[in-house]
Ligand binder design. Sequence first.
Ligand code: AKB
Length: 334
Amino acid sequence: MRAFKKRNSINISLFGMKNILVIGATGQIGSELTMELRKRYGNEHVVAGYIKGAEPKGELKETGPSVLADVTDFDAIETAVKTYNIDTIYNLAALLSVVAESKPRLAWKIGIDGLWNVLEVARMHGCAVFTPSSIGSFGENTPHVMTPQDTIQRPRTMYGVSKVTTELLSDYYHTKYGVDTRAVRFPGIISNVTPPGGGTTDYAVDIYYAAVRGEKFVCPLKEGTLMDMMYMPDALNAAITLMEADPAGLKHRNAFNIASMSFAPETIYAAIKKYVPDFEMVYEVDPLKQSIADSWPDCMDDSCAREEWGWKPQYDLDSMTVDMLEKLRAKLNK
Ligand code: AKB
C-alpha cells in the first residue's frame, strides 16, 4: 500500500493553489459546477472530466482544460490527477434513481466500483473528494418528516443501495486512511441549463419547460407527494462551501442533509400558475416513480449542516420559479 501525500489541514485554497478535477463534468450538476468552480478558482485550475460520447461543448470546452476521465477506469483517473496536479476531486458520476432500477449492475459499477477508483487515487495522491449522496439514501422505514441526520437508511432501490454504500465507503477512507472525504445528501435539483435524465424528481424541472412552451404538463406523481427540492445555485454553493469548511468544525462527513424547500406537485403547479395563468396540469402516475418517491423523505432536518459548516440556502419556491421562468423564456425564445 502506498502512503498518501500528507495535506496541510489548512485549506490550501487559502493560498490560491487549488487544482480541481470534476468527474462527470458534462452531466446535470457537473456542467454548472465546473463553470462555478472556474469562476471561483480560475479557469485553468478546474479540469472538466468527461466520458466518451459526452464530450464538453461550448463554454465548458472553451473556458478551461478537459480530460477523458471515465470513473470506471482507474488509470484514466490517476493520469488526470497526475497531469493536472489535482488536489480536489468532485466525483459526480452516477446513474439517477429510475434508470438505475433498469440497469442495477451498471449503477453499481459507476457508483461504487468507480468511487473505489476515485478514493484509491485520492489516497495515493493526497486529494480531497466530494461524492454526493441523495435523499435516495433513505427508505420506507426512515422517519419521513424532518428526517434526522443520523437515522435508519434501508433503501430498496439500487440507487439508494449505492448511495448508502457511497456514504459508508467515503467515511471508511476518511477514518482508515485520512482521506478528506465530504458530501451532502442532495434533494431533487432544479436547473435551467443541463436537463436531468432518469431521476424521480425530474418532473420538477420538466414542469417549467412545459409551462414556458405553453404545453399541458402530464405529472408522473400523484397529488400530495412531498419531496425535498433545491435550486441549482444553492446546490453548487453547498458543495463548494462544504469543501471549503474548516475540518475542525465537522462532526459528520458523509453525508450531510441539506434542505431549502419541500413541495408536492400541486404546490409547484400553483407557484408556476401564479406567473403563467393559462398553465394546465394533469396526473398520469408512473408506478415506479411513485413508489420511489413514496420511500423518500417528505422533508429533511438539515440542522447539522447549518451548525457544522454554516449551510444556508438562498432560494425558496417562489424566487426559484421567477428565476426559472425568466431564464427558460430567454433560452427557448418564448
Ligand atoms: C433522482 O431523482 O434520482 C435524483 C435524486 C433525488 O437523487 N434527482
